[in-house]
Design a protein around this ligand. Structure first.
Ligand SMILES: NC(=O)c1ccc[n+]([C@@H]2O[C@H](COP(=O)([O-])OP(=O)(O)OC[C@H]3O[C@@H](n4cnc5c(N)ncnc54)[C@H](O)[C@@H]3O)[C@@H](O)[C@H]2O)c1
Length: 419
């Protein structure tokens, strides 16, 4: 039976998309190269934060199926690519998964199909990398099949904005491709916004994430000198935030994490440098500032212990929250890892607690979450709040710790040191 859509890559991005399409009554197939993922999904098990097992079970009950049989793609009216785009060794984008997924579609491409790339990438990818692969079989994009780029805007753990109510930007190779993609997403997304073309849609995503990256770097740099000047930056931000126009609040922290913010702006700076030969200075500066935050936090930890005539070497430091965002289990690119490495390098005994993580990998070591949070707090020379999960009662944590360093600005207790 023909499917309305096949989603390639069933992770944090592909699964919510598949779920929303199923909810809208479309017939959806999920294609992935990971057999474990396929087995789990078909058995009703979720492996991403935003979907519960019950959500997967209900998708399966509505006809959703996961498969590794690529020939099923030939039966679909649309194919959406949601595979990872990590950074390669040289700092450029690794398009290996995108090219491999595109080849999979190319081998099964049928006239009239719509192909959409959602993976975050540098401008030009859809036209210069994806299109030629798809056209290898003799069909032409824009005439025989439709091709578009639509940036994914999923915000894992966000209780307000999900797939359906977050406006979706789509840019086609031709106006006809855009129209086709707008129509497709219109089935399950409230607002679809047509871009001028694929490059504009690709660059819009990078602008969004670069904007965030740069503004976080701005407050991270301010955090350092405000501390030296004895100015409470958290209060400064609260004050600035009262301006109803022209200001958006960003907050400092122990570094940036996740699959997007620390990585995506590099696609743009890499591309600008490779094509035009000059740097995208804002991105490079932001990268430098944000990347040094874990080391800065480690130094501040040393200073806090020093005030009490203690050394970081030999001290027990308890890290609270090691995921890259609150209330999720995703640890990708979490700044807690470089922080732990730095603290260990300086001689500290690092322990951790996170309600969502039982074992945590730091370098080659697997650390076990402390068994008893209260006891570990009482025993540690210093506790550092790295991620503020909802289940943390921070005032209670401060009260139970010998010394408390709050990198998220959530404590009001005068006893706590704030970033
Ligand atoms: N996670 C987020 O919050 C987020 C937000 C916005 C954009 N994005 C972007 O979306 C894309 C996907 O990210 P994700 O977080 O969903 O990744 P993920 O790692 O959660 O999932 C990707 C899935 O793709 C599968 N895969 C890999 N190669 C494949 C191939 N050749 N064919 C089919 N499946 C393949 C993997 O097995 C995995 O299940 C990335 O480009 C990312 O930058 C992610």
């Amino acid at each position: 039976m023909a499917a309305d859509v096949v989603v390639l890559g069933l992770g944090y991005v592909g699964l919510p998309l598949a779920q929303e399409a199923v909810r809208a009554g479309l017939s959806v197939i999920g294609f992935d190269v990971n057999e474990g993922v396929i087995e789990g999904l078909n058995a009703g098990r979720s492996h991403v934060d935003d979907l519960a097992d019950a959500d997967i079970a209900s998708m399966v009950a509505s006809g959703f199926r996961a498969t590794s049989d690529e020939t099923e793609i030939a039966q679909a009216r649309a194919a959406v690519v949601c595979v990872p785009t990590p950074l390669s060794e040289d700092g450029g984008p690794d398009l290996g998964a995108v090219m491999s997924a595109t080849r999979t579609i190319a081998r099964n491409l049928q006239p009239g199909m719509l192909v959409v790339l959602e993976s975050t990438t540098y401008p030009g990818t859809t036209d210069e990398v994806v299109r030629p692969i798809l056209e290898e079989g003799g069909l032409s994009a824009g005439t025989d099949f439709a091709l578009a780029f639509s940036p994914e805007r999923i915000d894992p753990g966000n209780p307000t904005y999900g797939m359906k109510n977050t406006p979706k930007v789509v840019g086609g190779l031709t106006p006809g491709c855009t129209e086709r993609a707008v129509q497709f997403y219109g089935h399950f997304v409230d607002t679809v916004v047509p871009a001028k073309g694929t490059r504009e849609a690709e660059t819009a995503k990078l602008l969004e994430n670069t904007y965030r990256h740069i503004n976080i770097a701005l407050v991270n740099e301010m955090a350092r000198f405000c501390h030296e000047l004895d100015i409470d930056l958290w209060n400064v931000i609260e004050m600035a935030k009262t301006k109803p126009f022209g200001f958006q609040a960003f907050y400092p922290g122990p570094g940036v994490g996740g699959h997007c913010i620390p990585i995506d702006p590099n696609y743009l700076s890499y591309n600008v440098r490779a094509r035009l030969g000059y740097p995208f200075r804002f991105v490079e500066l932001a990268q430098e500032i944000n990347a040094t935050m874990p080391a800065y936090v480690a130094r501040r930890a040393q200073d806090i212990l020093n005030e009490d005539a203690l050394a970081l070497r030999g001290a027990t430091v308890l890290l609270l929250g090691v995921t890259y965002k609150p209330d999720i289990a995703d640890q990708r690119e979490s700044p807690a890892v470089p922080l732990a490495k730095q603290l260990r390098q300086m001689g500290a005994d690092v322990q951790f607690h996170d309600p969502n993580v039982e074992t945590w990998k730091v370098g080659d070591d697997e650390l076990q979450r402390v068994a008893d949070l209260d006891a570990a707090l009482a025993d540690a020379d210093l506790a550092i709040l790295v991620q503020n999960h909802k289940s943390y009662d921070t005032e209670k944590l401060v009260a139970g710790a010998a010394r408390f360093f709050d990198t998220k600005g959530v404590t009001t207790d005068a006893e706590a040191h704030r970033l």
